[in-house]
Design a protein around this ligand. Structure first.
Ligand SMILES: Cc1cc2nc3c(=O)[nH]c(=O)nc-3n(C[C@H](O)[C@H](O)[C@H](O)COP(=O)(O)OP(=O)(O)OC[C@H]3O[C@@H](n4cnc5c(N)ncnc54)[C@H](O)[C@@H]3O)c2cc1C
Length: 460
């Protein structure tokens, strides 16, 4: 519980209309995209300038009050859950696109800009910002930088960190730090920009971001393929890549997910398909036609039951709309859904999928699959019920088994969702102990009072 005096000072900083203190308002900031974590803050503030953020952090630091930065709260690692209460700094009102520089292929934005709004603006200039977490309709640029988010397009275009050129970050003591810039090359001392990209709100609050853009590809073709064996589909993905073709996207969903999406959206998906692969080729018109033709050949010779080009833009959009609805469809399917985020080397995908089938049988949980087949990042989603103690204990063993299976194949704990609260239990298994020590020292250097998003990433 914060002192009245602190609330009054916060109100003075952001103004009466930009502070929430009522219990029912605070309750809505207790959650993020996870289904297992919840804790309300003592107060929510919605600043509109970096100067306000600076004053808020100064006040918090002097009074040792925990601060949790928050964009749209869509992360699925517990990252924006204020587990120690304190202040939630919600950046959604800092939502201006400050500059789109077509000649330099860069844009500078405030952290609260919603990704889809940003890309809609860029499209008018024939520009494109590729990182595409499937929460793009609501997630903020600040959240995606703090999580170093990725999405289907990352197989060809890379993840967020490949696009962040410059940052303005307010440090826990209130200092407004500017790092990087707007040049594509920048070799000036230690590169601090990527340190903040993926720091999950534990080092400071990002208040401005300069991003690299690319010209919008001239053409795109979407291919849909159906397989009756999920491991066969995974093998074909490896074959496509091994033959030097890097499509813009290669995504897969399993039968359960296809059915759930169809139930919700009624768009004519092949509900009997065991696995559906969706692949995009993009680039110049000639390159796309040739790439798509090669991909079709590999799919057909690799055992696809059906492999065909979407007949037009509407059909292509329908498939991708369905794919982005995948998580929402899965989340509604059980009381508690844990969407894992393991990533394996791409050529190990088929083997990993087999292991997951074994884990599902062994632990007795339904595990459905949705994922970025092109980069080996899979979201095995485990259905459970957090109100059943026995299930929760078994769940922990299941998640450990999933992670160990990925690790055995040379994989990693998280491809894109980050560690937050959800995966910190497993961090020490994923990293060299010295790597964790160094990270903790970096955290202490930036945030000696440990006010920024405490209790995240590692066990304290
Ligand atoms: C349906 C669905 C699909 C998803 N698909 C993907 C996907 O394909 N790929 C992917 O990578 N993720 C995905 N996610 C996860 C999530 O959407 C992303 O992590 C997203 O980037 C979070 O943005 P946000 O604005 O909601 O941030 P929040 O959830 O509010 O915050 C995320 C983290 O960033 C910190 N943070 C937020 N803003 C700032 C700031 N200004 N400064 C410093 N720290 C900050 C928070 O403290 C927190 O730790 C998905 C989530 C859902 C619900």
């Amino acid at each position: 519980m914060l002192k009245e005096e602190i609330i009054r000072q916060l109100e003075e900083i952001v103004g009466k209309g930009s502070i929430l203190t009522k219990k029912e308002d605070l309750a809505t900031y207790a959650y993020d995209g996870t289904t297992t974590w919840a804790h309300p803050p003592d107060v929510v503030v919605m600043p509109t300038t970096a100067a306000q953020v600076s004053q808020i952090l100064k006040l918090a630091n002097e009074n040792l009050i925990p601060v949790t930065p928050r964009g749209s709260g869509t992360n699925i690692s517990g990252g924006s859950v204020p587990v120690r209460g304190g202040i939630v700094v919600c950046t959604t009102r800092m939502n201006r696109v400050l500059e789109i520089n077509k000649a330099n292929l860069t844009a500078t934005v405030e952290p609260g800009v919603v990704l889809q709004d940003f890309n809609n603006l860029l499209a008018k200039e024939n520009l494109f910002y590729p990182p595409d977490p499937q929460s793009f309709l609501s997630c903020t640029v600040g959240g995606t930088v703090a999580e170093n988010s990725g999405g289907p397009l990352c197989i060809k275009y890379g993840v967020t960190k490949q696009y962040v050129l410059g940052l303005e970050v307010v440090l826990p003591d209130g200092y407004v730090l500017n790092i990087g810039g707007s040049t594509v090359k920048n070799r000036t001392g230690y590169d601090l920009v990527p340190l903040f990209t993926g720091s999950e709100g534990t080092l400071g609050i990002i208040t401005k971001v300069t991003l690299r853009l690319i010209p919008k590809p001239a053409a795109r073709r979407t291919i849909m393929a159906i397989f009756d064996d999920i491991t066969l589909a995974s093998s074909v993905v490896s074959t496509i890549l091994a033959n030097g073709i890097v499509p813009a996207k290669i995504e897969f969903v399993d039968n359960f997910v296809i059915r759930r999406i169809e139930e919700k959206m009624k768009i004519g998906l092949p509900v009997d398909a065991k696995t559906m692969l969706l692949i995009d080729a993009d680039g110049s018109v000639a390159a796309v036609e040739s790439e798509a033709a090669h991909i079709l050949e590999f799919l057909q010779s690799g055992g696809a039951e059906v492999a065909r080009l979407a007949k037009d833009e509407d059909e292509a959009n329908m498939y991708w709309k369905a794919r982005s609805a995948g998580f929402a469809a899965v989340y509604g399917a059980a009381r508690t859904v844990i969407a894992e985020d393991v990533t394996v080397p791409r050529d190990k995908l088929a083997e990993f999928v087999k292991k997951l089938e074994g884990i599902s049988r062994k632990f007795g949980f339904q595990i459905v699959l949705i994922g970025h087949a092109g980069d080996g990042n899979i979201h095995p989603s485990v259905f459970t019920n957090s109100r059943e103690k026995e299930e929760l204990d078994r769940l922990q063993d299941t998640l450990t088994a999933i992670f160990e299976a990925a690790l055995e194949l040379g994989g990693t704990l998280s491809g894109e969702h980050g560690i937050g609260l959800e995966k910190k239990r497993l961090l020490s298994r994923a990293l060299d102990p010295m790597a964790i020590t160094l990270m903790q020292r970096i955290k202490a250097l930036f945030d000696p009072n440990n006010i920024m998003n405490p209790d995240k990433i590692w066990e304290s």
